[in-house]
Write a protein that binds this ligand. Structure first.
Ligand SMILES: Cc1cc2nc3c(=O)[nH]c(=O)nc-3n(C[C@H](O)[C@H](O)[C@H](O)COP(=O)(O)O)c2cc1C
Length: 125
């Protein structure tokens, strides 16, 4: 799923958090598989961001990806990704705070896709 509520959490151990709507199918999938992969999208992946924000039966159909070591899909073309093993799911109102132990990742680099004021933007140096 497309997310903006994602953050680094801890350095030792290395952890990330993501705040997921309690109704999100991704939350159930993460609770079941105990793994997830956070991708930081490139400015060229706006359509992919919209795609993963819409309900679909098989969102990965037609999306180039490979399976990572933790058993979560790694999508091609992201400027960075972090493979996480599920550590905790904490209550957060109508969302859940999903905390993962970062076990692997890569930073291929590139220009990020930014989202604010209800739209996508480029961050130019
Ligand atoms: C830019 C953007 C940011 C979003 N951020 C979040 C978020 O942080 N948490 C969340 O629960 N949903 C967020 N969403 C909405 C989900 O992507 C959307 O509800 C998605 O369809 C959930 O998919 P799922 O039910 O298959 O998991 C965001 C959507 C967009 C377009």
């Amino acid at each position: 799923m497309t997310m903006s509520a994602v953050s680094s959490l801890s350095l030792d151990p290395p952890q990330f958090l993501a705040c997921m709507d309690n109704r999100a199918k991704t939350l159930a999938a993460v609770a079941h598989s105990k793994a997830f992969c956070i991708h930081y999208l490139s400015h060229e992946q706006r359509d992919l961001s919209n795609h993963f924000a819409r309900p679909a039966n098989d969102r990965f159909n037609g999306v180039p990806f490979r399976m990572g070591d933790v058993g979560a899909p790694i999508i091609e073309g992201a400027i960075a990704y972090i493979e996480c093993r599920l550590a905790h799911i904490l209550p957060g109102g109508d969302h859940s705070i999903v905390i993962g132990d970062a076990v692997a990742g890569e930073v291929p680099g590139g220009e990020p896709l930014a989202y604010f004021h209800g739209g996508y933007h480029r961050i130019q140096q």
